[in-house]
Ligand binder design. Structure first.
Ligand code: SAM
Length: 198
């Protein structure tokens, strides 16, 4: 239930649940401490032993990859962890690591810096835009590009402008693009969703 959730990421997870199906392949474009990766894995995995579904998770920081890996170690069994592929790369290069002809159900971005980490390593408009273009190319019909965009830090609003301009430019025949913004919390992160029609 969306309005019962306080955090933007929790609201995003409610939306993801409506789109992701068991057995899907999804991409976490900014895995950070691994919370979103873990949430995605739960959505793609079958309860049965065959453990379908994959999360391809990436981050430009080695520390973030280690942090995600240790969260997964603490939370998951070996077989489940095998369903997460971790990559220490820039998300603009996502097409280099996702197997050709994959049916990618979702590409999710949680922009900004790593909480509790180095605040100077931050997503920037140029590579965010390149990554959005890559996501547009690899997403399957019926898929979702999801973004949590922070606007409280320098450069945050400019990055939101770039994200919004990208979404506004997608053809209406193929895409449904919308944003979710807290009117009574002006500095709260903004959610942007771009659904690719079936
Ligand atoms: N989703 C994460 C979680 O659940 O813990 C939080 C992500 S954090 C807000 C943003 C992350 O984006 C940081 O870990 C940062 O290193 C990463 N990042 C910054 N620029 C990047 C880039 N060009 N490509 C991939 N990751 C990037």
């Amino acid at each position: 239930y969306v309005f019962g959730r306080k955090k933007a990421t929790e609201v995003a997870h409610v939306v993801w649940e409506q789109v992701i199906q068991k057995g899907d392949m999804v991409i976490d474009a900014t895995c950070g401490n691994g919370n979103d990766t873990l949430a995605m894995l739960k959505m793609v995995m079958n309860d049965s032993d065959d453990c379908d579904g994959y999360v391809y998770a990436m981050d430009i920081q080695k520390d973030a990859i280690e942090s995600t890996s240790s969260l997964l170690d603490q939370t998951l069994g070996l077989k489940e962890k095998e369903r997460v592929k971790l990559f220490n790369i820039c998300h603009s290069k996502m097409e280099e690591i996702v197997p050709k002809n994959s049916r990618v159900r979702m590409v999710a971005f949680n922009l900004g810096y790593l909480p509790g980490g180095n605040k100077s390593i931050i997503t920037v408009s140029d590579t965010t835009l390149s990554a959005l273009k890559a996501a547009e190319r690899i997403l399957m019909p019926g898929g979702l590009i999801s973004l949590v965009v922070y606007i409280g830090h320098p450069g945050g609003r400019e990055e939101l402008d770039v994200v919004e301009a990208f979404g506004s430019g997608l053809p209406v025949s193929d895409w449904v693009c919308c944003k979710f913004q807290m009117l009574n919390r002006p500095l709260a992160p903004v959610l942007v969703f771009m659904f690719k029609r079936e």
